[in-house]
Write a protein that binds this ligand. Structure first.
Ligand code: AMP
Length: 417
């Protein structure tokens, strides 16, 4: 056990071994699918100006009020460890004049994010996400395609997911709806939880997704935003849903889905596998680029939590262990060692990982290592074999051995594993 003083910070983790394989798989698959849908990878800094998140995520949100890691640099800048990925990408879009590129521009990102939350199962202070963002064009087809790209990613990972979707309208219908919502909640204001009483003034929509049971009872019968959308928002939402139907993407309408952040307009969605917590979510944010000082730019995007996806994969018994049989290369004597180095490279070029322990000299200790690693085959290259240009393939379980020409061994092993 490391000295208490040096243990990793609460809510963070060392990711290795099996968990690392899940992470790798999720990054690999999400990047491949993103590539197939023409998303370009972007990396933005892990820290940004605090003001970026205050403005975009919203002053009244939990993220900004309670969860951001904020610090002052020696030069006096106030920076925040990024709590989410959309605001940095919008900043980057503006700062790099991406509006000059053919629109829409589509970005894929992945990496660590930071929120000072109470750690529990599936919730960390440093967690990981991959995300997709589409900026520069407004079309319901883009919302649907975004959802589809996430859907395909999960399908490729072997996870069956469903989406919850809702529309939050826009500036022409949401303010009216907010008033109606407040009117309907007002008689029960005192029975709402303390948080919701505060939200009532500055962010009433958030009352709809409060987890408190009493609040949920109160909101059960309030007016729903889908019934109060203006004509244009209604039309857009209908198109999104029609396209989802056409692509046979499983979804349900959830009038209580509002997402936590201030910047969403129109479509919002969350992704679920079974009964667990949301794996991810996103939506359209047509006002955000302007809010951060850019020109009017429609956009949509979403992000998925890697840790939650790992949990869901484990729950669904999705295995990511390397299925390929292990091969160990043992050598005896100086000339064999040289040959073994060459052979190792031959295997590597064919994409076959071979275990070895070139640092050990006795065959016994090398065989013991092969055993410990669970190697299916051990290749033995001794002095005799070296001279004859041969090598022994030993099947570890049965102890059966065959001697084959050195230049045929890669091909032979390739067939066996
Ligand atoms: P959000 O934008 O807050 O909905 O986050 C999107 C996804 O990121 C969530 O659905 C989770 O999968 C993941 N996520 C958010 N916060 C955390 C956290 N503290 N720990 C682990 N995963 C998180």
């Amino acid at each position: 056990m490391a000295d208490q003083e040096f243990q990793k910070p609460t809510g963070t983790q060392d990711i290795f071994d099996k968990k690392q394989r899940y992470f790798n798989k999720i990054y690999e698959v999400s990047r491949d699918i993103a590539y197939q849908y023409n998303f370009e990878t972007i990396e933005t800094p892990i820290m940004e100006k605090e003001a970026l998140f205050k403005r975009s995520v919203g002053e009244s949100t939990d993220i900004v009020q309670k969860e951001m890691y904020v610090f002052e640099t020696k030069g006096g800048d106030r920076l925040a460890l990024r709590p989410e990925g959309t605001a940095p990408i919008v900043r980057s879009y503006i700062e790099n004049d991406f509006y000059k590129k053919p629109q829409p521009v589509k970005f894929y990102y992945c990496g660590p994010f930071f929120r000072y939350e109470r750690p529990q199962k599936g919730r960390y202070r440093q967690f990981h996400q991959f995300g997709l963002e589409v900026l520069g064009k407004d079309s319901p087809a883009l919302d649907s395609q975004l959802i589809r790209a996430f859907y395909q990613t999960f399908e490729e990972l072997g996870l069956e997911v469903t989406f919850k979707v809702n529309s939050l309208g826009d500036d022409s219908c949401r303010p009216d709806y907010k008033e109606q919502l407040k009117e309907s909640l007002e008689p029960d204001l005192e029975d709402l939880c303390k948080n919701c009483q505060e939200r009532f003034e500055n962010n009433p929509l958030r009352i709809l997704d409060c987890k408190n049971e009493e609040c949920q009872e109160i909101t059960e019968n309030v007016p729903q935003i889908v019934d109060h959308l203006c004509k244009s928002c209604k039309k857009k939402f209908k198109s999104v849903l029609e396209l989802l139907d056409e692509m046979e993407i499983p979804y349900e309408l959830d009038p209580f889905l509002v997402r936590g952040l201030d910047y969403y307009t129109n479509t919002v969605f969350e992704i679920f596998a079974g009964k667990g917590p949301a794996l991810g979510g996103g939506g359209r944010y047509d006002k955000l680029v302007e809010l951060l000082g850019g020109r009017e730019t429609p956009a949509c995007g979403g992000a998925v939590g890697v840790e939650r996806t790992v949990d869901a994969m484990r729950e669904a018994d999705i295995d990511v262990t390397e299925k390929r049989k292990k091969v160990f290369l043992a050598q005896l004597g100086n000339s064999a060692k040289k040959k073994a180095f060459e052979l190792f490279e031959d295997f590597r070029k064919e994409g076959i990982p071979v275990y070895e322990s070139m640092g050990r000299d006795s065959l016994k200790s090398q065989m013991a290592r092969a055993d410990k690693l669970g190697a299916e085959y051990t290749l033995i290259l001794g002095r005799q074999e070296c001279i004859k240009g041969q090598i022994i393939i030993r099947e570890m379980k049965s102890g059966k051995q065959e001697t084959v020409p050195l230049d045929k061994v890669v091909k032979k092993i390739k067939k066996k594993i």
